[in-house]
Design a protein around this ligand. Structure first.
Ligand code: CA
Length: 406
């Protein structure tokens, strides 16, 4: 009797030591987060993580309320692209960029030559990802990712990246103490998530570590390697502003439509600034994009723009990198056509109202869910054509107003 009781007690003591907070009382149910950490071990071992590393590192992982909060927060408003670009290419970021580019001149230029990626592009990404290393995030990445893996809307992402982070430590690429990052697990001066790190991070100075936190050679080489393997072609443009002809078919303004530069030119598309032949190969495949609809600037974008999108899949980000790099390379980011700042993006409720109005008029946008995807854009374009508006499929306050008028 006594022995059994003791055995039970000591078993519990072991469990408490490893997995439960010190203040846990024996009468309480086991902490479900601790139970998750224990149950995830099998998956980690199946993915090649050593039991020793798992036990050592996961014993000190904590659930982070702030991560849970950030994960649950879905912003009601989409930030207008012009507001994003104001910050991406702010005077401060340009000045800091020029200073940092000059300070790291040697390392940047040797990496740029080795990977055939422009130094100004590497610097622009560095500036947008971490303000040139100043803002890297100081969350313990294992704790942040375990919090995401445990529950909420990014569980699959969290589990996958948690395995990646453990693999980084297990492989000796970085130490647990180094693995600091954003609440979502983006790490270092390049803000690589663990799977990106495992695929693209480079130990450029050959010291045995892929140090994206404090070694500039590793930082720049890792960014350049990612871009290069995404198809970046140094010395060719990411894109530039163009003027579209009055009869332009806005259905063609999409990353999904690619035509040679010469063909766009024959359709009446004109470059702002130097001629097409002065800045691009006339046979190169290009797309036309109008990020704020027909009322804003148009850009011709190339393979390099797509490579930047592989780094972070948002048009605003890729434009921010491109425009900042132009300024850092001694050019300008001023535009001939301004942004439609008197218009604005829609709230979620307004996006639903837009979808409902399209459905009411017989233009099927798909489900009324507040998500403006391909179906909604197609329906919006069809309605715009029917009332002889430019069919840009751009959902804004003005379009909704017009749609509700009748
Ligand atoms: Ca290194």
């Amino acid at each position: 009797m006594r022995n059994t009781a003791l055995a039970t007690l000591s078993l519990f003591a072991v469990a408490t030591l490893s997995w439960a907070p010190a203040w846990a009382q024996p009468a309480e149910a086991p902490d479900p987060f601790a139970a998750f950490i224990q149950s995830f071990k099998a998956e980690a071992l199946a993915n090649g993580i050593s039991a020793e590393i798992y036990d050592r590192e996961m014993a000190t992982v904590k659930k982070r309320p702030v991560v849970k909060e950030r994960n649950a927060n879905q912003p009601e408003f989409v930030r207008p692209i012009w507001s994003y670009l104001d910050s991406a290419v702010s005077e401060r970021r340009v000045a800091d960029g020029k200073m940092n580019m000059a300070a790291k001149d040697d390392v940047l230029n040797s990496v740029a030559a080795q990977y055939d990626v422009d130094a100004s592009i590497i610097t622009a990404i560095w500036g947008l990802e971490s303000a040139y290393g100043a803002i890297q995030g100081d969350h313990d990445v294992l704790s942040a990712l375990a919090t995401l893996a445990y529950d909420g809307r990014r569980q699959k992402y969290g589990r996958q990246q948690l395995l990646g982070a453990l693999k980084i430590i297990d492989n000796g690429y970085a130490t647990r103490a180094q693995l600091k990052g954003s609440w979502a697990g983006a790490m270092g001066q390049t803000q690589f998530i663990p799977t990106t790190y495992l695929s693209y991070a480079v130990d450029a100075d050959e010291d045995g570590r892929r140090d994206l936190w404090s070694n500039h050679q590793d930082v720049f080489a890792s960014t350049a390697n990612y871009l290069s393997r995404s198809g970046f072609d140094g010395g060719t443009p990411w894109g530039f502003e163009v003027i579209l002809p009055a009869d332009f078919d806005y259905a063609d303004a999409s990353l999904g439509t690619r035509k040679p530069v010469a063909l766009w030119a024959s359709l009446g598309v004109m470059p702002v600034g130097p001629s097409f032949s002065d800045r691009a190969n006339l046979d190169a495949d290009a797309s036309i994009i109008v990020p704020a609809g027909a009322g804003g600037p148009a850009f011709m974008v190339f393979q390099n723009f797509r490579a930047i999108l592989r780094y972070n899949n948002a048009t605003s980000y890729a434009l921010g990198v491109g425009m900042l790099s132009d300024v850092l390379a001694g050019g300008t980011n001023s535009l001939k056509n301004g942004w439609p700042i008197d218009d604005r993006p829609l709230t979620r409720a307004e996006r639903k109202a837009l979808q409902q109005a399209l459905a009411d008029k017989g233009f099927n946008p798909g489900p009324v869910d507040g998500i403006v995807g391909a179906g909604t854009k197609r329906a919006l374009r069809a309605w715009q054509r029917s009332v002889e508006l430019p069919a840009d499929g751009y959902a804004s306050a003005k379009v909704l107003e017009r749609l509700l008028e009748g």
